[in-house]
Design a protein around this ligand. Structure first.
Ligand code: PLP
Length: 387
């Protein structure tokens, strides 16, 4: 056997022995709510399509119109010939929604953080990241070569301590956090973080992947905090917006620099026209319909109230199970009741905190929510109650 295959086989065997091997399951998402897997229809509580816009007729039709007008691919990097007209329109829309001077659209949220952070930070600099922040913030930080330290989750005092110890030795400092934490559903205290960053001349980057469309009247986590000033607001077009793509909203000069230097912008093909067209149509709906944007969180609150859990701050509710095997087993038992709640295991979450991660969407009925609550009651009763 080639040493390459021997390596892969040993690695997979080790992951399998620890219930950490992952496999794909073909899933036909029927309408943003129901999915078909292995010939069975399941009600999904595992899609990030919070507003079910992936299947909205106006969003689908905008994608089709964009394909007819501009073709299926951008054809090149945006700096060559890939800057089709929908991208500029989408950027103007995102900047308006977020209240920034400008925006830059990327291929995905992951590519956004992989490109933006190394554009702004170098080995002379310091990056401080919330311990539970998304993997792509860590990837971007590593690529930058800066000194990277993590602060305990949402622990302002720890961040103050680290800034006190390390800020003076660094040229620039960047603080990175999720706005809505993807696996826990809680919010970062962006008002206090922004004040602290200003006091220490640190640049605050918030990742609003799970905020846009569902908190802050649909405008995202920064808008939950009237006093928050966040100079770097990134996010994705692949969750509540329903399609695919990523973005950074920031000042005009920062966006100009990012478009000149971010490697994951310069050396990759532009977002396809269909994705840009779909995102514009989805933003139309998000801006026009605040009631729609409020529904996923209202469902999460109903669920939590039914189980006596703390009131959620976003449509994401975790039930911590602990061991990966236990999370897989819980998920399998729910699937037997036609409920899809995928088990989340390390390294997506810290060791010992494998969980059922439940994501509510506007389309879930109250009856759906209460049925799920009854089905998960054994794990809810055992789950540690977060403050
Ligand atoms: C999903 C996610 C991303 C990545 O966005 P994609 O567009 O899917 O690449 C980034 N940050 C957070 C917090 C996420 O949950």
């Amino acid at each position: 056997m080639l040493s390459l295959d021997a390596f892969a086989e040993a690695k997979l065997a080790d992951l399998g022995a620890r219930s950490l091997r992952r496999t794909l399951t073909a899933t036909h998402r029927l309408d943003g709510l129901w999915v078909e897997r292995g010939g069975r229809r399941l009600l999904s509580f595992s899609c990030n399509d919070y507003l079910n816009l992936s299947h909205h007729p106006a969003v689908k039709s905008a994608a089709i119109t964009a394909v007819e007008a501009y073709g299926v691919g951008a054809g090149a990097s945006r700096l060559v010939t890939g800057d089709h007209p929908l991208l500029g329109e989408l950027e103007a829309r995102l900047a308006r929604l977020k209240g920034t001077e400008a925006a830059c659209v990327f291929g995905s949220g992951y590519l956004t953080n992989s490109g933006v952070i190394p554009t702004l930070a170098s080995p002379e600099d310091l990056i401080l990241i919330d311990a539970l922040a998304h993997a792509c913030l860590w990837s971007g930080a590593k690529l930058s070569g800066a000194k990277v330290l993590s602060f305990r989750h949402n622990d302002i005092a720890h961040l103050v301590e680290l800034l006190g110890q390390h800020r003076a030795g660094a040229r620039h400092a960047l603080v990175a956090t999720d706005g809505v934490f993807s696996m826990d559903g809680d919010l970062a205290p962006l008002d206090r973080l922004s004040a602290l960053c200003e006091a220490h001349d640190a640049w605050l980057l918030s990742d609003d992947a799970h905020g846009l469309g569902v908190v802050g009247s649909g405008r995202g986590s920064t808008h939950v905090f009237p006093d928050a000033r966040v100079p770097l607001q990134m996010g994705t077009l692949s969750k509540a917006v329903g399609g695919y793509g990523g973005y950074l909203c920031a000042s005009r000069t920062v966006i100009d620099l990012v478009k000149t230097r971010a490697r994951s912008f310069v050396f990759t093909t532009g977002l396809p026209p269909a994705s840009a067209g779909a995102a514009i149509a989805a933003l139309d709906l998000i801006e026009a319909d605040r009631d729609l944007c409020a529904q996923p969180l209202a469902r999460a609150r109903l669920f939590a109230a039914a189980l006596g859990l703390p009131q959620p701050q976003s449509p994401i509710v975790p039930l911590i199970v602990g061991a990966p095997e236990a999370a897989l087993e819980a998920s399998a038992r729910l699937e037997a009741q036609s409920l899809l709640v995928v088990a989340i295991r390390p390294p997506s979450v810290p060791a010992g905190t494998a969980r059922l991660r439940i994501a509510f969407t506007a389309g879930h009925s109250e009856a759906d929510v209460l049925r799920l609550a009854e089905a998960v009651r054994p794990w809810a009763d055992a789950s540690p109650k977060a403050a």
